[in-house]
Design a protein around this ligand. Sequence first.
Ligand code: 5AD
Length: 365
Amino acid sequence: MSIQDILSKDTLSREDIIRLLSAETPEEIELIRSKAYNTMLEYVGDKVYLRGLIEFSNYCVNDCYYCGIRKSNANTERYLLSVEQVIEAAKLAAEFDYGSVVLQSGDRRDEQFIEYVVSCIKGIKDATKSEKYPEGLGITLCVGEQTEETYRRFFEAGAHRYLLRIETTNPELFSKIHPPQQKLEARIEALNTLKKVGFQVGTGVMIGLPGQTLDDLANDVLFFRNMDIDMIGMGPYLPHNDTPMGKQYETTEEIKKWRFELSLRMIAVCRIVLKDVNIASTTALQTIHPTGREEGLRYGANVIMPQITPTEYRKNYMLYEDKPCVSEFAAECHSCMQMRIASVGRSIAYGVWGDPLHFRNKQKN
Ligand code: 5AD
């Protein structure tokens, strides 16, 4: 079957998805990109939604073999912003009219941490309520696996979206990149619990992991579809020298190029298959290629997360090497993002939460 035949189908099979992911000629890739772009225009429009990203702490109880802030990395200086610092950053997001913020950190499950997150959520809601934002800014959490009771506390405090990446749905690969106590089943269970609690739920994977196949990535896309996921955040796997995987595998320029292009095809395929979800063009894309985030938008993404973490802490939130935007101030990231988004002919939806239409459409049915 030709790429064109596949793209004209209503429902794609596993084989179809693998075929799209393995497209290599510029002509085939352009067909996929433009199908994804048109699907985006039809289902979610051309606006780009912004979420101010606050990386509020890099303390982590997990020890993922790929991640620079893993517990065992003694070369990272650990920090936790004060609740006031988090609220100040969120106020800046309201000033820039971003509409939403993402609170992201390493994993912790102790009561002190949970109370802290609840205080941040309530504090942000109170501090950003205005005529424009009668309920305050929208809040997305990205704070790892928690108990159902904790999810409920976060939801009741006012957070309404939650990102928890599955990283890969291949059980063998999952267990190769995580220590034994971290389980794929627990992640899946967590995603189901988050849905049950009422969150708009996002997940995603790393692309181009050593040992990962196109089959695996096709299964990941089908997993997103079966789980009825509202939001997708994905990016290329990037090495970090202070991690077991960073030390073990060599990354050549050729591998980087392949990971980048495959990441763009994954965004396009997710848009084509999932249609009305929100898809982020992530920082990792810009790390692997200078205009990676703009390219993500061209392949069907509709969300960008500008940095608003106070500048002095950014250098310590290194999930991978060469992360961009570490020495800039929030206002610089603000104007840089505007410029980047405009450079690909898109405009920003200011002053709205920008919830995924998929979530609303589900509720109508
Ligand atoms: N390369 C790419 N992405 C990474 N993440 C963590 N470490 C890396 C890395 N080395 C991603 C994971 C995690 C998210 C917060 O960052 O997918 O869920």
